[in-house]
Design a protein around this ligand. Structure first.
Ligand code: FAD
Length: 415
């Protein structure tokens, strides 16, 4: 092991997780971040339309996200997660006004599928057993090539869950990526699929403590310090160029690129990276959550897919939302507010609202795009890649981003 500095470009969760892993092992770390804040797509920010701090998108973790939880334990942010004891998912069907709660039992033997009170109404144990077909998927198959899409269990469970996990239409979504999520969560029993969310924001739970951890271990996070270009010398990166300065890389220094795929491609043009993206739409309403409302509700037969009940705000997530890219915002907000009112039994004018469309929320989790995700190692001896778009075996998620940072950190340590 050498003693050079590890330069990490990007302070999203991938870069922060690499920084935490390396600084925690006594390596000198400098994280260079383009923005004036850390967190990337998981940042919290003050939203003036609502008059409150919100997250850049509602984010859900599951208790099977082992790397994310280990990261939270390490940086001391886990107590800021809302962490129920048992798995329970509330659902609401907007067409029929029917609601139900999916309650997988804790252990890995899924006896809950035999209990009418724990599964989706009008489904049978056999319907769930057939879903096992997803697990044997090959790299080129899509979700709907492996499981039937004309069943109640698909429409009222698999579609909302896997659409959120993959963020792309399941007709084109990679069955292997979907299977990886199921294997690490529902497949391990209710204990591994308890829904966790940062009730007071992703920044305070996942981001700020990571920045503090790196600083306390002698590392540095430099904000407003975006890398403009990298200088190369055959087998190595030799310098990082910023707007006002150039930082040379000594022979012992390492570089972890933890930027979005399209930025990585600009900095290192010969990299092969995913090039297709899908958007996510979030609608936020400054309205106190009714006490009777579950913290998270899956919604079917609606524009709303997941409704998050924060103390002072109701927020909706719509995945694979490219169809809304050009849509007018206010009619969309009104439609979603009407749905929330029906779900939560609210009789009130639409409050202060905001619609946030993140166009490049995630890479498109299709078999083709999954196939071009690069590994963390590159042809340059001192350069490693991290980010939810690298070959983590998972879709673009917090878990994948954190795991990718750890992988890159391990390689940088060993190089
Ligand atoms: C709306 C939305 C909802 C989501 N919901 C969920 C969810 O419920 N559950 C889940 O697990 N995941 C969810 N995700 C995905 C999750 O947010 C991402 O997988 C994760 O945040 C990606 O982290 P990252 O570090 O790979 O990338 P990013 O967060 O994109 O970080 C990259 C960083 O690099 C910086 N950067 C860019 N260019 C430069 C440069 N030239 N120099 C220096 N720095 C640079 C950026 O500013 C950024 O901070 C969601 C994403 C969105 C957008």
């Amino acid at each position: 092991m050498t003693n050079g500095t590890v330069h990490i470009v990007g302070a999203g969760l991938a870069g922060l997780s690499a920084g935490v892993a390396l600084a925690g092992q006594g390596r000198k770390v400098i994280v260079h971040e383009l923005a004036r804040h850390a967190g990337g797509r998981c940042r919290s920010y003050f939203e003036s339309a609502l008059g409150m701090t919100i997250d850049n998108g509602n984010h859900l973790l599951l208790s099977g996200n082992a790397s994310a939880l280990a990261f939270l334990d390490k940086i001391g942010g886990r107590h800021l997660l809302d962490e129920p004891q048992h798995a329970a998912f509330n659902f609401f069907d907007l067409a029929s006004n029917e609601s139900w709660v999916l309650r997988p039992n804790d252990g890995p033997v899924p006896w809950w599928i035999f209990s009418k009170n724990r599964r989706v109404p009008r489904t049978s144990a056999l319907d769930y057993m057939r879903l096992g077909n997803l697990l044997g998927a090959s790299a080129c198959e899509t979700v709907t090539e492996r499981i039937a899409s004309d069943t109640v269990v698909y429409r009222n469970l698999m579609e909302p869950v896997l659409l959120a996990a993959l963020n792309c239409d399941l007709k084109e979504g990679s069955a292997q990526l979907a299977a990886a999520v199921v294997r690490e969560t529902l497949g391990r029993g209710g204990k591994a699929c308890r829904p966790l969310f940062a009730a007071n924001g992703l920044g305070p739970a996942l981001v700020d403590p990571a920045v503090t951890f790196i600083a306390q271990k002698g590392g540095e996070v430099r904000f407003d310090h975006g890398v403009r270009a990298i200088e190369w010398d055959g087998a190595r990166a030799t310098a990082l160029k910023f707007a006002d300065d150039t930082v040379p890389l000594s022979p012992d220094d390492k570089l972890i690129l933890a930027v979005p795929a399209w930025v990585a491609r600009t900095l290192a043009p010969e990299l092969k990276v995913p090039t297709e993206y899908r958007s996510i739409l979030n609608a936020h309403f400054a309205f106190p959550s009714p006490r009777s409302l579950a913290k998270i509700t899956g919604v079917v037969n609606a524009t709303t897919e997941w409704l998050f009940a924060f103390e002072n705000r109701l927020s909706v997530t719509v995945s694979s939302a490219d169809r809304f890219n050009e849509a007018e915002r206010e009619p969309t907000a009104r439609r979603i507010w009407a749905e929330i009112s029906q779900i939560a039994g609210i009789d009130a004018e639409m409050p202060r609202w905001q619609i946030v469309k993140e166009r490049r929320a995630t890479f498109a989790a299709t078999p083709d795009q999954n196939a071009v995700r690069p590994r963390a190692e590159t042809r340059w001896k001192n350069v490693f890649l991290a980010g939810d778009w690298t070959a983590t075996g998972l879709p673009a998620t917090i878990e994948g981003a954190i795991r990718s940072g750890e992988t890159a950190a391990k390689l940088a340590m060993a190089a």
